[in-house]
Design a protein. Structure first.
Length: 139
């Protein structure tokens, strides 16, 4: 069995944003030369997420509004975590809802998706450089 590791780096200029990373993940699979196996993609920061859904702008906007309703950024004094001098407690909660990462089957060297599925990096406390891990195992 072979193993391949790659880091994807992001710098989302806003506090929140979504980046479609499907193409970069498929490039990593191509580079790995693994034809059959599994591909793990996970955020390496506790205020970011990796998830799978439809690449439709309206849906991504709905996610942004919905998450902000669930865990609004302000007022920042509503969160105990922010008593430490941080202002990102909401970002930790948003990450918990959206999840840390995904695992996708690799079949014949391709991401083995259902219809419309794409991989996204979700940022909830942006404006600085962060990364996601791509780990591919198989033959």
């Amino acid at each position: 069995m072979k193993s391949y590791r790659k880091e994807l780096w992001f710098e989302v200029p806003a506090r929140r944003g979504f980046v479609n990373i499907t193409h970069q993940v498929q490039e990593a699979i191509n580079d790995s030369q693994i034809q059959e196996g599994l591909c793990l993609v996970n955020a390496m920061h506790i205020t970011a997420s990796v998830f799978i859904n439809d690449a439709e702008d309206g849906l991504l906007g709905d996610y942004d509004r919905w998450l902000e309703q669930l865990a609004p950024h302000g007022p920042i004094d509503q969160y105990r975590h922010n008593d430490t001098g941080e202002d990102n407690a909401d970002a930790h909660l948003k990450r918990q809802v959206m999840g840390r990462g995904v695992t996708v089957a690799v079949t014949e060297g391709q991401l083995d998706f259902g219809p419309w599925e794409q991989i996204f990096y979700g940022e909830f406390d942006g404006r600085r450089r962060k990364r996601a891990l791509v780990k591919i195992i198989g033959e």
